[in-house]
Design a protein around this ligand. Sequence first.
Ligand SMILES: Cc1ncc(COP(=O)(O)O)c(C=O)c1O
Length: 414
Amino acid sequence: MTVRESGDLDVSAIRTDFPVLEREFDGTPLVYLDNAATTQTPQRVIDAISEYYEHYNANVHRGLHHLSQEASVAYEAAHDRMAEFVGASGREELVFTGNTTESENLVAYAWGLNELGPGDEVVLTEMEHHASLVTWQQIAKRTGATVRYIRVTDDGHLDIDHAKELIGPETAMVSVVHVSNTLGTINPVADLAEMAHAEDALIFVDGAQAVPNRPVDVAAIDADFYAFSGHKMAGPTGIGCLYGKQAILEDMEPFNYGGDMITKVTFDDATWNELPWKFEAGTPKIAQGIALAEAADYLEEIGMDRIARHENELAQYAIDRLGEFDDIEIYGPPAGEERGGLVSFNLESVHAHDLSSILNDYAVAIRAGDHCTQPLHDKLGVAATARASFYLYNTREEIDVLIEAIDDARELFG
Ligand SMILES: Cc1ncc(COP(=O)(O)O)c(C=O)c1O
């Protein structure tokens, strides 16, 4: 049992589910605070991958033999599971991709190249990840569309008045990050969806930092597209999901051609398979998809609400502790406001990369850099930030270790 009666997470029990957390470096236990980049994998997800390769490794949808049938059933069920996990109506609305980035590219190429043209506008935000920002930028260049950016305020929120100004009759697509991977801000995506739909525009939500750690209901948001990655939600690498409303996916051209996405081929033309297979060309991510469904089961058994609360509590504690020092600047919404489980900051005298490298001597893993949000960092006036990000297995004690290591770094750099 990994959940206390009180509703809090039993973190010590949860930690035993993750073998990598037992690692030590020169006798110092690993403190893994780089979860916004990639989360660790529980044993039962690792077992689901092994089980597939040990017992029913075969290509799906093509063989009539036992192994292929078993693999096909499990692979299809994994779509049902992931659809249910985010509130989609069924597998028709849930495409397996390689990651969030591929989900973004799928929509930008398959929908954007066909639907956008001169005069159309794609509205992004200044806090978009490059996966969305660069993708729409490039598709806009190819189609003659214009990209506009909703401003981020000094306290790390979207400027909603500016959003209202920007989203208008020319808007064809609004693409917005649900939880910022740099600021931790939780954006009002349902409100933005309403604004987009009032102008007959579509909305794409980048949920890479939301689905892993909070309940997400794509229908309640009324998202047209919603994307996330397996490796950020206790699942394997190499698998992501794209939710799309069935009617929109049905109208869309395929992104990649070949393999399972085809129904009939002649020397002149081809017709496409039904959803979601129309968007899954070639041999798909079979083991990864099956294991991702296992990760969803694992997280849901613990409770997405509980995970969200735990992450917010850790983030607030980190802000409190980092806030004890005058020479530390913290980015994002103010203390006390609910946020995703990550805190980006800078120590005045030490470059974020140097800090990250010193913390590594204490076996503390954080991330330093622009976190794939270079334009946002330009706006913040810094080239890089240090980012500590948390997941369901992190503790306050680990944040204390982080703070002690930062203290030592400060001394080292005078
Ligand atoms: C908000 C956000 N969007 C997109 C991505 C891209 O995810 P992936 O590398 O899994 O495609 C990330 C990864 O850091 C992210 O944090």
